[in-house]
Design a protein around this ligand. Structure first.
Ligand code: SF4
Length: 435
């Protein structure tokens, strides 16, 4: 989400006539788009800002901006901490960057952190890839997971209309993009704030309805979405993913903890049993589907036995990929105020144990690819080997392969290539094109 916001803001700056500076310390305008999901990401930005603030004392024309979730969380306090700042802007204001910079040009020091209706962005994002694009479909989150800072910094859910989303995807297809990932903090909440009930009494404009609405955009070959919430993941959605051919068989569904009491303390609103049922249903319909997840260890009060339950779920489900994190107390969240915080040493130890297991499970899962022919969408040249292209399988596995076949056929980014897999590692594959 943060990266998608960065691409949008970079697009606004380019449309205003800015271009990328050769180095961070040579730029006339520096914008840090910040993340506050964990404390170490937040601390990093303060050290970058310190360097730029010192530079501003000798380069007064420098415009210094903090955007994103740290900006939203700290607001005015950031100006007191770093008075050299020109603009502090929360994520809901990303599309207003040009208007905010006009205020800065008029000599104001601006803080834009109030609740804001997110307007459709009229400029074009400056995307890092020319093949795969993020498409925001819902901003914000109405959940209240007790560890999570997102609702307080990204605000209430705001869904874009299906028509605006489709228009954006058609534009992407016309510019040569082949894959899109629909984005939302909790993408299953898509459409809850839009009107519409079917004659059968079902809510219209769900994520499933949106997938049907955009599926036939010509030129787009693959569709993904993230992030799913186990509480809202529906049978209808699983059916749509299995019936619609462009939907990739990869699901990112955070389970966070394998223990029902911890899940309750996290206020996640589902049980381990429900999570298992979702995974089983997906695998019944799409046996080869990849499932990735997020896990937090050492949540306040987590016992050894509860941690063991998390390890058991990781082992049992056989995830293709797991984003792991030790619990980090975040401002304005209930769990940060609880007295049963675990010591740092326990966090480190549990994280290491989980990471070791995750690597073994991912290697076992990856073993199934050996010798298989996979469809890979070439996304670019391997930066470490210009003779190779890199891309991903439909199941989101990073794959490297020779750009040229022995018969002389050459492939380019954007091509869908059949690749025979001959080398399998924990987190990537290599192979040879076969046609
Ligand atoms: S659903 Fe996700 S973004 Fe929303 S509060 Fe929970 S963890 Fe945070």
């Amino acid at each position: 989400m943060n990266k998608a916001d960065s691409e949008r803001m970079a697009g606004i700056l380019e449309a205003m006539g800015y271009h990328e500076a050769a180095a961070e310390l040579e730029a006339d305008l520096v914008l840090y788009n910040t993340c506050t999901i964990r404390d170490n990401a937040e601390q990093k930005v303060y050290s970058y800002l310190g360097r730029q603030a010192r530079r501003k004392r000798t380069h007064p024309h420098l415009k210094l901006i903090v955007a994103g979730c740290v900006a939203q969380q700290e607001g005015e306090a950031l100006l007191r901490r770093i008075p050299e700042l020109d603009l502090v802007m929360g994520p809901q204001h990303a599309n207003r960057l040009e208007a905010l910079l006009t205020q800065v040009d008029n000599g104001q020091q601006v803080v834009a952190t109030d609740d804001n209706h997110i307007l459709e962005d009229l400029t074009t994002a400056r995307r890092d890839s020319t093949i795969c694009a993020w498409v925001n479909v819902i901003y914000g989150c109405n959940e209240r997971c007790t560890y999570c800072v997102v609702p307080s910094v990204r605000g209430k859910e705001q869904s874009r209309s299906p028509e605006a989303i489709r228009r954006e995807i058609e534009g992407l297809a016309a510019s040569g993009f082949r894959e899109i990932t629909l984005l939302g903090q909790n993408i299953d909440a898509y459409g809850r704030d839009l009107p519409g009930i079917t004659p059968e009494g079902r809510r219209q404009n769900t994520l499933t309805d949106l997938l049907h609405h955009i599926h036939d955009v010509e030129g787009i070959e693959r569709i993904r979405f993230a992030t799913s919430h186990p509480r809202y993941f529906t049978e209808r959605l699983i059916e749509a993913c299995s019936d619609l051919p462009k939907l990739c068989e990869h699901f990112h569904i955070p389970f966070q903890s394998g223990d029902n009491d911890v899940l309750k303390a996290m206020a996640r609103g589902y049980t381990v049993e429900r999570y298992r049922r979702i995974v089983n249903r997906i695998r019944e319909r799409m046996p080869d589907a990849a499932i990735s997840t997020d896990v937090i260890v050492a949540f306040p009060g987590e016992t050894d036995a509860q941690f063991q339950n998390t390890l058991n779920v990781v082992e049992e489900v056989g995830f293709d990929q797991v984003n792991t994190a030790a619990y980090s107390p975040r401002p304005n969240t209930p769990a940060a105020t609880w007295t049963n915080q675990l010591p740092e040493a326990v966090k480190v130890e549990r994280l290491q144990e989980l990471n070791t297991l995750v690597e073994r499970v991912a290697r076992q899962r990856n073993a199934r690819y050996a010798g298989r022919v996979e469809q890979v969408l070439a996304e670019g040249v391997n930066p470490k080997n210009p003779q190779q292209l890199m891309g991903r399988t439909r199941t989101n596995r990073l794959t490297f392969f020779a750009a040229e076949e022995p018969e002389g056929c050459r492939y380019s980014p954007g091509d869908l290539v059949a690749v025979q897999i001959n080398s399998v590692r924990s987190f990537s594959l290599s192979g040879t094109p076969v046609q």
